[in-house]
Design a protein. Structure first.
Length: 144
């Protein structure tokens, strides 16, 4: 599953919700919300909805507070560029590179430089076979 969403890391917003999710991610995760039964079901586990309207300890959000929380926020440029790059990489079609074509299309190089580039790329031809390598690291689990 791949989804793009924004995170509000403030701890004092006091709106009475642990998380606000849209229909898209609810659908992807298979979360069933029944307002008739006032329950939330995921993987055959059903829990009752919280009713913060009758709990005076939980501050009630104003319309402007909810609007500010739910309004899109601009993601900083560096993380956005990293996300865009990762999406571009994941969406790529992987096939063996035509090294001669790659060097011939290097319009900023003269013929001698193109030939030098071709020889260098050819020396490491196995790197351009269109397959992805393995990243050797410990497994990381992210619980949603």
């Amino acid at each position: 599953m791949t989804s793009k969403f924004k995170i509000d890391s403030s701890t004092d917003n006091g709106i009475g919700y642990d998380m606000i999710m849209g229909r898209d991610i609810l659908s992807i995760l298979g979360i069933d919300i029944s307002f008739k039964e006032e329950t939330i079901t995921l993987d055959h586990v059903t829990i009752p909805m919280k009713d913060y309207h009758f709990d005076d300890k939980i501050p009630k959000p104003t319309r402007s507070e909810l609007k500010s929380i739910l309004s899109p926020r601009d993601e900083p440029k560096a993380p956005q560029e990293a996300t865009d790059r990762a999406i571009k990489i994941l969406d790529s079609t992987y096939k063996k590179a035509d090294l001669r074509k790659v060097t011939d299309e290097a319009s900023s190089l003269n013929d001698q430089e193109k030939e030098q580039l071709f020889k260098l790329l050819w020396e490491f031809e196995e790197l351009f076979d269109g397959t992805l390598g393995d990243w050797k690291t410990e497994l990381v689990e992210l619980e949603l």
